[in-house]
Design a protein around this ligand. Sequence first.
Ligand code: BV8
Ligand code: ZN
Length: 236
Amino acid sequence: MKELRQRIAGARRIVAFTGAGISVESGIPTFRGPGGLWRTYRAEELATANAFHRNPRLVWEWYDSRRQIMAQAEPNAGHRALAALERRCGGFTLVTQNIDGLHNRAGSRRVLKVHGDIWRLRCMDCEHEADDFRTPMPDLPPRCQCGGLLRPGVVWFGEYLPRDVWSEAESAASGAEVFLTIGTSAVVYPAAGLIDTARRGGALIVEVNPQETPYSQSVDHSLRGPAGEILPELLG
Ligand code: BV8
Ligand code: ZN
């Protein structure tokens, strides 16, 4: 770990790519781990434009319950270690698949949210978009002034990632000297493809996850443990 710490401390261009696992120690259940189910539904069934079209109220009940959990959650030592790294390293880029907003609340200034943000609502009719932190929402599904349905400002399965955020994430990954993949099962694409992009660019790839992932065998260092413990040690 010491040699790796020095490698990272000496790197100019570092990318951290995070998933739901970094928020586990803040009390937010992951997608595919225990607690990833809601009532009898899998996330993949509810996080789609189709499900929302068919039953906006049900999908909003799921997002509203997640917003309530996220509002109670506090950033943990893993989030804070990444915010500190951003202050120390000018060439640092944080890319997250998480929609919980905990990186921002931990002090990270530049957060590339490739799967959107649960605290942003967008109108399905007039496209008006704004932050809304109310928990619980007064009525479900929420409506825009124009009368249109408001949706969570997140990327659903089958939807494109926000173009400019995605291209910024891709170019950061392709130019990285060190690429940290933290708390993600790396099964959702194109986001997980950032790991391949970083490897093609010659980056040193470090994975932080208590479990194996499809990338564990091919990364340079696979650190088996929780982000809240490993990151302060690795980046401190
Ligand atoms: C796209 C936002 C192009 C919403 C999310 C069929 C039709 C259409 C598309 C597809 C298809 N088949 C495949 C696809 C592509 C699809 C995909 O990849 N599907 C997967 C399931 C196979 N991708 C898409 O649809 C993407 N768009 O392809 O557009 C296109 C356009 C039109 C038509 C066709 C194609 C959009 C994907 C974005 C979906 N939105 N979230 C919401 O949150 O409600 S994805 C969702 O999964 C979350 O963002 C989450 O972050 C992400 C990845 O999951 P993880 O973050 O990795 O979380 P997970 O639970 O899986 O793992 C947690 C990890 O943490 C575990 O490894 C665990 O061990 C670890 N852990 C636990 N504790 C700790 C820890 N780690 C560290 N410390 C700890 N303490
Ligand atoms: Zn509207």
